[in-house]
Ligand binder design. Sequence first.
Ligand SMILES: [Zn+2]
Length: 351
Amino acid sequence: MAKDKTQRAPFEIAGASVAPGERLKTDIPISLLANHTGMTLGVEVIHGREPGPVLFVSGAVHGDEIIGVEIIRRLAQSRQLKKLAGTVLLIPIVNAYGFIANSRYLPDRRDLNRCFPGSATGSLAAQLAHKFMTEIVARADCGIDLHSGAVHRSNLPQIRAQIANKKVKALASAFGAPIVLNANLRDGSLRATAREEDCDMLLYEAGEALRFDERAVRIGVKGVFQVMRHLNMLGPLKREKPEPKPVFSQSSHWLRAPAGGIVRCFKRNGDKVREGEKLAIVSDPFGENEQRVLAKRDGVVVGRLNLPVVNRGDALFHVAEVFDPDKAGAGIEKLGLDIVDDPLFDDSGVI
Ligand SMILES: [Zn+2]
């Protein structure tokens, strides 16, 4: 008699059942909009033959932060998942309405990432948050939520996580983004609410809203697989040269425009900065009044404004404070630069 390979229990989600070794795409109903169009949450369940943890990967919680959608598309296409132990839940577009409207928000103008845990009888955002909690987070051991900078702002690929939690810190390190920022849990956020459900979460931030960035996408794809490997959900890669370690930062701050006008920025994401160093100049349109923007403290640029037109107080640079900016700057360059030529990826950028 053939060996029974389907000992593992099926995965149950939203009334559907997924057998070990199977994949299933399902649309979880959320609500009906004013025109009676159904609002759903699309999920793909990949239920491995072998037992292991349940990991969810979500994108477009903020509807205009589309980089996560591309990262998840490539994950879904990867051959790696054929040998999966455990279960992966892929949710490429959490906020479907923000996604088609190129907007961060939901139609009720709520920021979904301030609406968790939500409620079954609340606003549209609250209903979506509630379904996400009950159908996804409650079934998962770990999660990776994929974000980008806002419109006209780009972020150096980075993990935000509560690094005081040792398990979360190990996951953050395994992801292998150039920098890990300690980020406290904010009320109403997915990360804070998942913590209460005992679900360990990372937030990946990379690139700019409404844009793709090949380097940021690849670091994201590779990072998710490295977390899966850390959780023993996948076997080792063929190539096993030691990966450089990410730089950890305990705190960060924003530098803002001292006046309205036209801004010339002299630093890119990943550049190191020294206290007192000139990072940008804001000028009036005739060039008569110029104001310098100086670094407040030593650190590394992890986010910056791309639009050269500013009002006074607009955020220009996000600077992470690091132990040794010289070393951190060199390490960040090494971690990110060669990924576009990395033979780990095939021609379409899939591992
Ligand atoms: Zn976001």
